[in-house]
Write a protein that binds this ligand. Structure first.
Ligand code: ADP
Ligand code: ZN
Length: 784
């Protein structure tokens, strides 16, 4: 027998090896193996086993890692789809489906020595005092790890060994599982009585799970062709749901009861949560429902804060079928749950679901694909769904489920927009606190209620904005704001390459403010000024600079919950999922900050952020109040967020995207060239553009009736690329990063699979200058 192996080096090629007789019983599709490659030993995954190979003189597999195959056939199939669709080497895709701790050759189960008493036959020997004490402890505990025993009895291992010599105890080596939550005391919870909206959503989800729905026919008949065929399938509307529920509407309860339903039918579930929301609070809600009593290890957790050993053990609990529910961040979508009944993607609009290094997959989209391949039901949940998912509901690809109201009749918070242009008329720079917000904070301090202040400080390059009239410099062709490049004193559009010089006064004829320039403000500055305004308030900042240690996040939230903090200032970190009944005020310092990023998603992002942050207010008995300070108070993203008008915002945003052919009316492939020499990068980018034009234009086809074809997948296009647009090359918004210059080419099409395939070939045959590299990002979430 021979095995075909995909090596861990991205050669885009598989190699055959012979299977030595002594390993024959261990090697199967999905096994991790060590093989010789030239003078080196390399790890890889077996992708196929066959009778014979086309090649003569095969080298043998050296070693098999782990007792069980690690990549299940279904996950292997998913990895192939990722390589195809996201245009990366299959080896890279395959590598990402296993956690590092599982992939490694030497990491494994931790073995520990345990001491147990043996039945005493005959007379009990007379022992020295120390040995007798140790024996007493062992007898009392019945089972104790050697390390713990030595510590408790203040003795040495040698003393314990003496008891072993007497035949009084046995010392055995056993696997001891590392459980990251071992020290938590979690109280079991029972399912709540659901309200009518929750019940209706659950009914749809559970009947989809019950419906007999055969896996897609292509997959059944020709599994090997499925990976590429799958990319052309459309999801079943009856099995993919978008659960749109305002913050506090009880989405989590719906997830919990849907999972219970999957378990009842012998199936497992994967719950994806953004890394940042994967707090102990969140994990506990799932453990409390499913990990009580004899179901101890039912829930496994996978995220980056676990130690390598913990991750290894959690993963194997899933692989062995002992854990049936997985909760984790992005990469948990590859968890080997079998059979898989349900996938939940909470906060599906979150951009952190996109991996920003190869393979650049989007976990939500991988979830949908995995759901189709394994015939699992997929539930995407959010208070502010992505425009893509909303559009998919309108097209009938997903089924929309609504939870329009907060549980317990809590009212949505009252949102007030503060026009910040008014407060700068005196010629000084923009203040951080408007009089209105200051007053509101004062009131909360007096009433002993809590306040959250939010500042979106992300972004390296700022847009140019007039603090007096709110003017923002925009590209005349692209309807995105221009990026201010400080060093060159230039404004540039990174989509079409348009540039202009920075005006010295505000170009608005009625304004002509000479103080046009946006000075950035960070959370630290907010903290300083707040401390001066309210010297007696207990203030805590929460951002990536402060939250360095594993426990910081938890400690600060604990302090806030118990009322040791009056005002919490933070970035994105505090925008989601937090539930604090005593927070009655939320202040958003500069709501426009995210609005003028050079990205067509800026409006969507701002709307989502405002809605999420506002959702932190009024989660208790007192109605919440939100102050939104803005320089462009009449921007639709701000106005619709104020009215909690989700549909209103999405409809107008869709109209804008359609006009400019941005997603969801197209899919984007962003090609970024990087190098130390700007001229070379620019030249390479222009060369690539010509290659693309030469090879892609002939494959392109215009959709006959664009209005009728919101997506291209309903047409049988074969290898043709629907409605191709090639833009650029243009300097990236972040033109120079860590001494690398970056130029971008943006491709748009209505059907990406065909383009991905072509791109893979073009890139393979492309020769770039040695010091210029190319990154292909399919469906990028950030255009920087
Ligand atoms: P979301 O995930 O939509 O923001 P949660 O699931 O966190 O909302 O629900 C908010 C609060 O309401 C939680 O404390 C939850 O326990 C409670 N809750 C959810 N559903 C119900 C229900 N049917 N009856 C009573 N309380 C509920
Ligand atoms: Zn432009």
């Amino acid at each position: 027998m021979i095995a075909r192996v995909s090596l861990e080096i991205a050669l885009r090629k598989e190699f055959d090896y012979s299977i030595p007789a002594e390993l024959a019983s261990l090697v199967d599709v999905g096994s991790r193996v060590q093989v010789p490659f030239g003078p080196r030993k390399i790890l890889g995954v077996v992708t196929a086993v066959a009778e014979e190979s086309g090649q003569a003189k095969l080298k043998p597999i050296l070693k098999v890692i782990g007792g069980q195959t690690l990549v299940t056939p279904k996950v292997l199939q998913l990895a192939r789809w990722i390589a195809d669709y996201y245009c990366c080497a299959p080896e890279t895709a395959l590598k990402s489906v296993l956690p590092e701790a599982v992939r490694k050759e030497d990491a494994g189960w931790r073995e520990r020595l345990f001491v147990r008493p043996l039945p005493v036959s005959g007379e009990f020997p007379k022992l020295p005092k120390r040995q007798q004490e140790v024996w007493n402890l062992v007898e009392e505990r019945r089972e104790i790890s050697l390390a713990e025993l030595v510590e408790l009895a203040k003795t040495t291992a040698a003393t314990v060994r003496k008891l072993e010599d007497h035949g009084l105890v046995e010392i055995t080596s056993e696997i001891s599982e590392r459980d990251p939550y071992a020290r938590e005391i979690i109280l079991a919870t029972q399912p709540l009585v659901v309200n009518p909206a929750q019940a209706a959503a659950l009914e749809k989800i559970t009947s989809a799970m019950d419906a007999k729905n055969d896996a897609c026919p292509v997959m059944r008949e020709k599994p090997e062709a499925a990976a590429s065929a799958a990319s052309r399938l459309t999801p079943h509307a009856s099995r993919t749901f978008l659960l749109h529920g305002v913050t506090g509407s009880g989405k989590t309860e719906v997830y919990l009861q849907a999972i219970a339903h999957a378990l009842e039918h012998g199936k497992g579930a994967i719950v994806l949560v953004p890394e940042i929301s994967l707090t102990p609070q969140t994990v506990e809600r799932f453990k409390a429902r499913f990990s009580s009593g004899k179901l101890q290890t039912l829930v496994a957790v996978l995220h980056s804060h676990l130690s390598a050993g913990e991750r290894h053990d959690e993963w194997h609990k899933i692989r062995q079928g002992r854990a049936r529910i997985v909760i984790g961040a992005r990469s948990a979508i590859f968890a080997p749950v079998e059979p898989l009944g349900l996938i939940i993607v909470d906060e599906e609009h979150e951009h952190t679901y996109k991996q920003e290094e190869a393979p650049r997959y989007h976990a939500r989209d991988v979830a949908i694909m995995r759901g189709q391949m394994e015939n699992a039901v997929v539930v995407l949940g959010s208070a502010t769904p992505s425009l893509e998912s909303y559009a998919n509901c309108k097209k009938g690809k997903f089924t929309l489920l609504d939870l329009p109201e907060r549980v317990d009749d809590q009212k949505m918070p009252h949102v007030r927009i503060v026009d910040m242009r008014q407060s700068v008329r005196d010629g000084k720079g923009p203040p951080i606190f408007s009089p209105q917000l200051k007053e509101a904070i004062t009131q909360r301090l007096e009433r002993k209620e809590q306040t959250i202040l939010f500042l979106n400080r992300r972004g390296y390059s700022t847009s140019l904005q007039c603090p007096k009239c709110g003017y923002v410099a925009e590209c005349p062709n692209c309807s995105v704001s221009l990026t201010y490049h400080r060093a060159e004193q230039k404004l540039a559009c990174h989509i079409c390459g348009h540039t202009e010089i920075v005006p010295s006064v505000c170009p608005e004829p009625k304004c002509k403010n000479p103080a046009i320039r946006f000075a950035g403000t960070g959370t630290q500055k907010v903290e300083d000024i707040l401390g001066k305004l309210f010297p007696h308030a207990r203030i805590q900042r929460m951002d990536a600079d402060v939250m360095k240690r594993k426990d910081d996040y938890r400690r600060v939230l604990g302090d806030f919950r118990t009322g040791k903090i009056d005002i919490l200032i933070g970035t994105q970190m505090i925008a989601k999922g937090l539930h604090f009944p005593n927070v009655t005020l939320v202040g958003i310092i500069y709501a426009d900050m995210a609005l003028h990023q050079p990205d067509f998603r800026a409006g969507e992002r701002t709307f989502q952020l405002l809605t999420q942050v506002a959702g932190r207010a009024g989660r208790g008995d007192v109605e919440g109040e939100v102050f939104v300070q803005a320089f462009t108070p009449f921007h639709p993203a701000i106005q619709y967020a104020r009215r909690h008008d989700f549909v209103g915002f999405y409809e107008q945003e869709l109209a804008f995207r359609e006009q400019l052919k941005y997603p969801p009316f197209s899919r984007v492939a962003l090609l970024t060239l990087k190098g130390r020499n700007e001229e070379k990068v620019k030249f390479a980018a222009e060369h690539l553009k010509r290659e693309l034009e030469k090879k892609l234009i002939e494959r392109q086809v215009q959709s006959p009736k664009p209005k009728d074809l919101a997506d291209g997948t309903t047409l049988d296009l074969g290898h043709r690329i629907l409605d191709l647009i090639i833009a650029g090359p243009a300097p990236a918004p972040l033109l120079r990063a860590e001494n690398f210059y970056r130029y971008q080419i943006m491709l748009r099409t209505r059907a990406m699979s065909a383009l991905s395939r072509e791109l893979a070939q073009i890139i393979q045959s492309l020769t770039l200058p040695e010091d210029v590299s190319l990154v292909v990002d399919i469906d990028p979430v950030s255009l920087s």
